[in-house]
Structure formats: C-alpha cells, structure tokens
Design a protein around this ligand. Structure first.
Ligand code: ATP
Length: 211
C-alpha cells in the first residue's frame, strides 16, 4: 500500500518526517511518497523555488526510513498542482493497488474547498493525522462522507483500493515551516527542528533572509 504525503516543504521539517513514519507504521504502508507541489492552489505561493524545495527534501530523505521516496510529478507539470490530478496519474500507474492520501486535520477540514474533492475518494483512501484526543465531529459537507466511509482500523485500508477515511493519532510536534522561516528571518536557529543537512543548505543558499 502506498501513502501520498503532499506539501510545499518550504522547508521540510521533523513534523513531516516523524508523522510520515508513524502513519507508515500504523497503516502498514510499504511506501510513503513525498509529493512537493509546484503551485499550491489553496494558499500563497511558496517563498522558495521548486528546485530548492526539492533539494531540501532530497537532503532530508538521504539515508532515511526505508520506503520513503520523493515523487516529482507535480513539479514536472505546469499549472496548479491539483491533488485530484496527481492521484489520477498515480492510479493510472499502480492499477488496483491500495493508495492513501495523508493529510493533517487542518487540511482535512478544508477539503471541500479542494478542486474536485469528491473524486479523491474514488482514487484513494484518506488518512487524517490527528492530535490524540482531538474532536472528531465534522459539520458541513464532510459529515455525510465521514458517516459512510469512516474506519478506525488503519490496518484494514489495504483490503480496498480507495474510498475510506481513517484517523490516525500521531505525536503532535508543534513545528511548522512558517515558524522555521520566521526563525531564520529573525536570526534565530532552526537547529533540531529540521535535519542538519537541510539547515546547512538554508544557510549556504541564504534562504528566508531578507536580500
Ligand atoms: P507552512 O507553515 O508553510 O504552511 P507546513 O509546515 O504546514 O507549512 P506543508 O508542507 O504545507 O508544511 O505541509 C504539508 C502537510 O504536512 C500538510 O498535510 C500538513 O498538515 C502536514 N504537517 C505539517 N506540519 C506538521 C506537523 N508538525 N505535524 C503533523 N503534520 C504536519
């Protein structure tokens, strides 16, 4: 079973890496593919160009957990990086193998604003990374989807190619790329929030500092 972990990764940090590992173990994923996006449709453009965001991911994943890979299809495609297109192109390659899209709880709550969001369930399962004990009462358009599709057993996702929603409790690491960029901009160190080679790259390339 393959998990897709999308993001801007500007920069990649231990919040991404640790949660990816916990989801991989909880759901029994063979592979986690980190998919950096080129043009995020739902938020401001990343500060760093795609090439250098990709380089930071490569540095972070060098010698990483077995099964962690980078998938550059969104960088190779022009136009907005819609997850429905990304999953459709992966599905065309993997046939009926089970596929899971991994998202944080915040991203899940914003799902009805995603382009062709209902199609996502035809293409993949959804794994929602949740803070242990967080509320799981979802109003609006998501409610009916959840009632029909929810499972609490991540291990059962591999029985079908797509269509379920599963919450996985992950260790909450209060790390965000926004805070890392701000720390660097204000002369503070991001050490121990990001892999050391990524920190070195940020310094060498003078990322996130006013020019
Ligand atoms: P930014 O601060 O620039 O918005 P970010 O740190 O949220 O960035 P993204 O690359 O936008 O990182 O995130 C990609 C995915 O990783 C999203 O699904 C997001 O919910 C998840 N994510 C990011 N940080 C964490 C964290 N500390 N714990 C769990 N999930 C995280």
């Amino acid at each position: 079973m393959i998990g897709i972990y999308g993001g801007t990764f500007d920069p990649v940090h231990y919040g991404h890496l640790r949660t990816a590992l916990e989801v991989k173990e909880a759901a029994g994923l063979d592979e986690v593919r980190f998919v950096p996006c080129r043009f995020p449709p739902h938020r401001a453009a990343p500060e760093t160009d795609p090439e250098r965001r990709l380089k930071m991911l490569e540095l972070a994943l060098h010698d990483a957990e077995p099964g962690f890979r980078i998938d550059t299809r969104e960088l190779d495609r022009s136009g907005p990086s819609y997850m429905a297109d990304t999953l459709a192109s992966i599905r065309a390659e993997i046939g009926a193998r089970p596929l899971c899209l991994i998202v944080g709880l915040d991203a899940f709550l914003g799902l009805p604003r995603w382009h062709r969001w209902r199609e996502l369930f035809d293409l993949a399962h959804l794994i929602v990374m949740r803070r242990p004990g967080a509320a799981s009462d979802f109003p609006g358009d998501l409610g009916p989807y959840l009632r029909e599709r929810r499972t609490d057993q991540a291990g059962t996702l591999s029985r079908q190619p797509s269509g379920s929603i599963c919450f996985v409790d992950v260790t909450q690491l209060d790390i965000s790329a926004t805070r890392i960029r701000k720390a660097v901009r204000t002369g503070k160190s991001p050490r121990y929030l990001i892999p050391e080679p990524v920190r070195q790259f940020i310094l060498d390339e003078r990322l996130y500092v006013p020019s």
